[in-house]
Design a protein. Structure first.
Length: 434
């Protein structure tokens, strides 16, 4: 029951399904995908994956520490054998083991329900989850949007699983099954699914969760099973197409803003609060809570939340440039993620490269918004990449590295020239002058 192998196959299936959904969206004229939003989704996903490597390593270490020293297993009560529920020579289903795995998955989903619900009802937790909701589209790629800090809080919720003796590989696979299932419910192509609507999280049920209408706010938090929402009063049926996004739209593709803007607001409001009690309420009451003396007209939730989607429209040449850069950066980011999972011994080098990838993703996302300063960051970025790749080409004499590096050197050089030559053609059309 190797969770890494499971994720390898699952990730490949996810990428394929996004391609299929985007294709049918295009040929059917559904407009469920926009290239700029898709690139922003992928950018957030790469940052989430790269930043999460160290968090994941620390979380699993803590989980195993609790299991080793403070769990029922420490007392010799082994309720969750780490075995496969099925053997094939001869074929046999081990009912006790199967029940243990089933319990682990269901318990993980139950705990996730409460974590997810709290991220919508406690301000400081909403800050680590808001990134997932900040897009105004609903498609499979939205499942990749995650906040870099969410897992710090999320994994803490699962420590009770360690206390009752569920070993970390069983927890980890259960958690990954939960996350993979959630991918499939981020779609507008699937309607209601009959009797499954009663007990499973379906695309219809999850679309409600992303809606900005008052009827839909803070509803349908389940990961796999919708029964928790029905049991604890947070279920609402989809009766009209949701308007997706935030009640206060964040009109930017900048992944850093998407990750920290609620934290910035919380810090600002805490500093402006007049009492310790108000400061604690700002952090731990529902998102958006403020004492009356800090409220303004902007704090009133409007319906509809917006009447026009945020959609900068740069020239086609800019989007072709961004698309090429995003493809390369996503690939590099995934390689870093994969290498870091296998070996963190050279953490310094991985951190530097990861930081450069994040910086690059910020830069190309701001190019889609025609920000003037993105021209300068792109010159800096491509200059660094060009020199870095040339250094690798000079220092590393491995044929495979050479074959990969030469195209990257060429791309960096041409990108640098493109930015310099085309600066007036494109960037003088800037949508603003920051």
């Amino acid at each position: 029951m190797n969770s890494d192998i499971f994720m390898e196959y699952a990730f490949g299936a996810m990428i394929a399904l996004i391609g299929v959904e985007a294709f049918f969206s295009y040929i059917k004229g559904k407009h469920f995908y926009r290239l700029n939003v898709f690139i922003a989704d992928v950018s957030n996903g790469v940052i989430f994956a790269v930043a999460g490597v160290a968090i994941l390593a620390g979380a699993l270490f803590l989980y195993d520490l609790v299991w080793t020293h403070f769990s029922l297993a420490k007392l010799g009560i082994l309720l969750f054998p780490l075995e496969s529920p099925v053997s094939f020579s001869p074929f046999q289903i081990h009912l006790g083991v199967l029940l243990s795995w089933t319990f682990s998955v269901v318990l993980a989903d139950f705990i996730y329900y409460w974590f997810h619900r709290h991220t919508h009802t406690i301000a400081i937790l909403w800050a680590c989850h808001v990134t997932h909701h900040s897009t105004q589209e609903m498609n499979l790629s939205v499942a990749f949007r995650g906040n870099a800090f969410q897992r710090i809080f999320e994994y803490m919720y699962f420590l009770p699983m360690a206390l009752i003796g569920i070993p970390w590989p069983m927890f980890f696979l259960s958690h990954r099954i939960l996350k993979v299932y959630q991918f499939f419910v981020h779609t507008r192509f699937v309607g209601k699914l009959g009797f499954l609507e009663e007990f499973m999280v379906t695309p219809s049920n999850h679309r409600v969760h992303h809606g900005t209408q008052n009827l839909y706010l803070d509803k349908n938090h389940g990961g796999i099973f919708i029964i928790w929402d029905r049991m604890f009063g947070s279920f609402v049926e989809e009766t009209e197409e949701p308007l997706y996004g935030l009640t206060k739209p964040v009109n930017t593709f900048n992944p850093i803003t998407a990750n920290i803007h609620v934290y910035v607001d919380l810090i600002k409001n805490v500093r402006a609060a007049r009492s310790f009690s108000d400061r604690m309420k700002i952090l731990f009451k529902e998102p958006g809570w403020k004492p009356d003396y800090l409220k303004t007209e902007d704090d009133v939730i409007k319906e509809p939340a917006y009447t026009e989607k945020y959609n900068p429209n740069p020239p086609k040449g800019v989007m072709i440039y961004v698309m090429i850069q995003a493809l390369i950066l996503a690939t590099v980011g995934l390689i870093i993620w994969k290498v870091a999972k296998l070996d963190l011994t050279d953490a310094g080098t991985l951190t530097i490269i990861g930081a450069l990838v994040m910086f690059s993703l910020i830069s190309i996302n701001r190019i889609m918004e025609m920000k003037r300063w993105s021209r300068r960051t792109e010159v800096i970025r491509n200059g660094i990449f060009f020199l870095g790749f040339v250094a690798v080409l000079y220092a590393v004499k491995i044929p495979l590295i050479t074959y990969v590096t030469i195209p990257l050197v060429t791309l960096s050089l041409f990108s640098l020239l493109w930015i310099v030559i085309k600066r007036k053609t494109f960037f003088d059309l800037s949508l603003d002058h920051d």
